[in-house]
Write a protein that binds this ligand. Sequence first.
Ligand code: ZN
Length: 157
Amino acid sequence: MIKDIWEWIQHVNSSHRKLRLSCSVFAEHFNGFYSPDFLKTAFFVVTDEIPKPNFPQLREAGLGDFIDMDVGGITYNDTYYVKKEAANNLRLHFHELVHVLQWRELAPQGFIERYIQEIQSFGYDNAPLEKMAYALDGHYQSKGRHLSVEQFVRENL
Ligand SMILES: [Zn+2]
C-alpha cells in the first residue's frame, strides 16, 4: 500500500508541476529559520481542493477520519498544497515546510509508513511528526529566537 500511495503522490505532484511556486518567495519572512538554499528546493500549490489519497485500504487501516479531515494544507514530498483561503497564512507555510524536511530526512516511503503508523497509534493531534511541526510553527508565530529548522528536524526525528 505504501508503494501505491507514493505512486499516487508522484502523479499528483507531476500533474501540478506547472502550477507550483517556489518557496523562495518566503526567504525574507523565514530568514533565520529556513535557508534560502532549502527554500529553493521546496514548492507550494494554491488550490481550491486539497488532494487526498482516497484509498479503501487507508480507510480500512483506520485513516478515514484523516482522509476526510478539513485541512488548510498538506505536504507531499517536496510540494505542499494550500487552500486559497489559507494562501497568505505564513504560519501554515512554515508548518508545511517542516513536513517537507521530514519527508526529506525519512525518505518518501519511510515518511508515509511512519505517518500512517503515528496516526493509527496516536491520532492526528498527538502524532509526533505533527507535534514537531506545530511546535515549530508556534515558535515562529510567537517570534521565537532564530533556529535552523533544517538542523532541528535532522536532530529531533
Ligand atoms: Zn501538519
